[in-house]
Design a protein around this ligand. Structure first.
Ligand code: IMP
Length: 192
């Protein structure tokens, strides 16, 4: 029998990315699929904490094996900021343009441009919690380049590449991204 999991998201892009790696060995349900329309508060101060909050919410209310993710951009010269606050760095939730503007402003005149994207997945199976991490290192450039992707993609160049995530296009990005690395670890565990 195929294993069943709820992925605590309604983000179609994330669902597609994870389903593609999991293949047909796992039945994946979104929050909508289980009639959960709640806006789960992400109030923790770490990525691990937020991923666990979301997974625990589903497990406690719906009693189903599940997993959830959280991602942040961690900039070395800013001591890891914006990190867990990446989505609302400039105040407005999910305003990528304002977030990039603030980050470029904060890094004005700063030599060290090293940064990394970090994704954490929290999985709960039979009440037991597991964490999986995916990291992609790179640097923040001074001007936006490229139009694909989302969030901070136009100003992030991954290590070993010359294009930004936004110039690469989704197919290329999804092969090497933080989310892909974490997703592969999660999938390896689920399929073993
Ligand atoms: P979430 O946890 O996936 O919702 O990500 C939180 C925030 O991190 C997003 O709102 C984006 O600002 C940023 N972010 C996450 N993943 C990416 C990515 O792959 N590229 C660029 N920005 C990202």
């Amino acid at each position: 029998m195929r294993k069943k999991f709820v992925f605590a998201t309604n983000n179609a892009h994330k669902l597609e990315e994870v389903s593609a790696i999991l293949g047909d060995k796992v039945e994946l349900y979104s929050m909508k699929d289980i009639d959960c329309y709640d806006d789960i508060p992400e109030t923790a101060d770490t990525l691990e904490g937020n991923a666990l909050l979301k997974a625990r919410y589903i497990y406690e209310h719906y009693h189903k094996d599940c997993f959830a993710d959280d991602t942040g951009l961690e900039v070395e010269a800013l001591n890891g900021a914006p990190g867990v606050y990446s989505a609302r760095y400039a105040g407005d939730a999910h305003n990528s343009e304002a977030n990039m503007r603030k980050l470029l402003h904060d890094l004005e005149g700063v030599e060290n441009r090293k940064a990394r994207f970090r994704t954490v997945f929290a999985l709960i199976i039979d009440g037991k919690e597991h964490l999986f991490e995916g990291i992609v290192k790179g640097e923040i450039i001074k001007n936006r380049r490229g139009t694909s992707g989302f969030g901070y993609d136009p100003i992030f160049v991954p290590e070993g590449y010359t294009q930004t995530f936004a110039e690469m296009g989704n197919e290329e990005k999804n092969k090497i991204s933080h989310r892909a690395v974490a997703t592969k670890k999660l999938c390896k565990f689920l399929l073993k």
